[in-house]
Design a protein around this ligand. Sequence first.
Ligand code: DAV
Length: 398
Amino acid sequence: MLQTICKKTVKLCRSPTAVELFKRGLLTTSVQKQANKDSPVVSSYNGWDPLEEVIVGRPENACVPYFGVEVKAITSQDRWEFFHQRGGTSFPREHLAKAIEQIEEFCNVLRGEGVTVRRPDVVDWSKEYETPDFKSRGMYGAMPRDVLLVVGDEIIEAPMSWRSRFFEYRTYRKLVQEYFNKGAKWTAAPKPLMTDALYDQEFPVDDFEKRRDLVLSGKFVTTDAEPAFEAADFARAGKDIFAQRSQVTNQAGIDWMKRHLEPEYRVHQLYFKDANPVHIDATFNLIGPGLAISNPDRPCLNLDIFKKAGWKIVECPHPTLSDSHPMWLSSKWLSMNVLMLDENRVVCDANELPTIKMFESLGIKTIKVDIRFAYSLGGGFHCWTCDVRRKGTLQSYF
Ligand code: DAV
């Protein structure tokens, strides 16, 4: 009898693992953090370590953004009619139905490669909202890459810079809350007020040449009235994180990230000869330790750090997409907007034969998928995803 009691006591005293405690709902903050270390749910330091879990966006209910100066500044005039007519209402429904189908297939391909796929909530984006400073309607939950940045065990929610994207984080909140409960670090960067002061109201939206000259001289439609950035303007390579000032990421936003992440990480700014910079991931992509692909139409002006560290920079072939395919929110360079499953496997566009050839000549196996109807919403495989967990550790590649 005494023996049995002793055995039981010993069993009770054996310190349970964090995962056991979590299962019993007895997690404290420090135990939650330990759980994420023992069996991490959020852990990603770069874009090429073996991918284990990913969030894939949703085309469902996607709405054409309200057509303010910040949106006009990045769209070519031949698309204005479309925005004027449909701003705040659904993208063409038949087109969305095809995008939904293609993204489902993309998710299945990822699952087939052994990756856990998570999806955000379905949201009614057409609902009007009002803050003390502005009124808008939403856009979509299609591009987790724009909203969430994973740096190690931390998820950072980007503040965004378009009024139509102000509340976009809400579609990912259930997931982020779950990751937090399992021990991830969670930061929401300060929400901008998005008053008129955040946008240069005089930006020459309808004069391509003036617009280009302004941007090349370092002036953008977003001002520096307050920090604003989108996560897709940041590229991760372990200890080093690269950012670009763009139409949707301002200098104050980069400074905020720098102060937030340094000294554990080093945040560098890259400059490109690009007349309309919006996100770094169709311009310059870090796809392996020491390997980057670059857009020949948008050369990087300060590559020294890569050159000094012996990185190989490969120029991508031009995209082959036909001009008749609607690309409402981006250029055709989504051909280089790829998702690495690990250093040797890439998910890329099944139709882009020159790009496929480029990857194969680099010894990278191509997993070919077609999401061209999803492209029309402004993103490729990289934009449509956010890698929550990759197997790997924090390293320095420079
Ligand atoms: O048109 O090259 C693509 C956006 C990627 N998130 C472009 C921008």
